[in-house]
Design a protein around this ligand. Structure first.
Ligand SMILES: Nc1nc2c(ncn2[C@@H]2O[C@H](COP(=O)(O)OP(=O)(O)OP(=O)(O)O)[C@@H](O)[C@H]2O)c(=O)[nH]1
Ligand SMILES: [Mg+2]
Length: 326
């Protein structure tokens, strides 16, 4: 049973549309056709796999140490619920810190994660792209005498990119397409120790079609995040793509958006009816609370505000106290 070096899928030549396919004449290939096309033609193909339950079960069954990666824009109840469902020893890693503005105080973020989301384990920050703290995992494995560990996290949290950096080799396929990694990939560190890359967890539901790769590219910031502040007068609204409309119902409303700068954001006035056909929900946000838009990012409120939000699925909204207030 041969596996694709890039995504971990079992290689097969029978069904072209299924994972792990390699044409018969390329039987010696190390990569499946999907990884090959992604690598050479940037042809991004979404394939649906449902591995979240399997990954969690395997990690908990083996009890091996788990490094859980998440970027700052994806900290929300669902992701933290998955983190807390890991019963194996673990640690919390905030990945892609290169896109976090420097003024965000990392100690405040740690305190906030402990108080707001009950994270009791070690919390660390790293960036694979900027080579920041990338050897933390190996060092911790050495210190704690761990021989094998898992890299876990939601899809796109940067697990495979980090592992390639640790190995100093571009072996594992990485991309913005959800489910780039299809199955477990065990990588030997050459000192008797190994790290196992895993298929990322998927959100149970998304605000956009889950195979819309163009949109997924848009919501994932490539580089440094430039938060944008808006002041809305009474009756004015903010439109974020066609995802939601936030209408200010208080005297004034001051808020800063922490989400990809590639998203289209427009300020409109009462006479503009756009997105008013969506379901609406009224919310009261206090100064220094965040409105979380699951899977997209968050909006930090700088003043007490009453807002009416039009959104297709109100279940995607969460209110939390912000780390800025810590
Ligand atoms: N800005 C930034 N982007 C990163 C970093 N690490 C990874 N990325 C990008 O995030 C995207 C996803 O990276 P992957 O390594 O494929 O993510 P993954 O967690 O392995 O995803 P799955 O295999 O689908 O579970 C890619 O476009 C990477 O270039 C980082 O440190 N900084
Ligand atoms: Mg991966």
């Amino acid at each position: 049973m041969k596996r694709c070096m890039g995504c971990g899928a079992i290689l097969q030549s029978k069904k072209k549309e299924e994972i792990g396919y390699v044409p018969k004449e390329k039987k010696e290939a190390k990569l499946c056709e999907r990884c090959f096309r992604l690598l050479h033609y940037n042809d991004l193909k979404f394939v649906e796999i449902s591995s979240s339950k399997k990954v969690l079960e395997q990690v908990n069954k083996t009890g091996l140490f788990a490094f859980f990666l998440v970027d700052l824009l994806n900290i929300n109840k669902e992701v933290l619920k998955t983190y807390h469902a890991i019963t194996a020893p673990k640690c919390f890693i905030i990945s892609k810190v290169d896109f976090i503005p420097k003024y965000m105080n990392k100690n405040k973020i740690k305190v906030w994660l402990r108080e707001e989301y009950d994270v009791e384990e070690e919390i660390i920050f790293l960036s694979a792209h900027k080579n920041q703290n990338i050897h933390y995992i190996e060092n911790m494995m050495e210190q704690k005498n761990i021989t094998e560990s898992y890299l876990l996290g939601y899809t796109n949290s940067g697990k495979s990119t980090l592992l390639n950096k640790i190995m100093e080799e571009e072996q594992i396929t990485t991309s913005i397409v959800p489910n780039t990694t299809i199955d477990f990939i065990k990588i030997s560190l050459g000192n008797g120790k190994s790290i196992i890359d895993t298929p990322g967890f998927l959100y149970q539901d998304t605000l956009y079609p889950k195979d819309d790769v163009v949109f997924i590219k848009k919501i994932n910031p490539k580089t440094f995040l430039k938060p944008i502040t808006f002041q809305l007068k009474k009756g004015a609204s903010l439109l974020i793509e066609d995802l939601l409309r936030i209408e200010n119902q208080s005297e004034k409303c001051n808020m800063t958006l922490y989400m990809s700068n590639l998203l289209s954001i427009k300020k409109v006035y009462a006479q503009n009816e756009l997105l008013k056909n969506l379901e609406s929900t009224s919310m009261h946000l206090e100064k220094n609370q965040d409105l979380v838009l699951k899977g997209i990012g968050f909006i930090n409120f700088k003043s007490d505000s009453k807002v009416k939000i039009y959104i297709q699925k109100p279940g995607f909204l969460e209110i939390r106290s912000s780390f800025f207030g810590r």
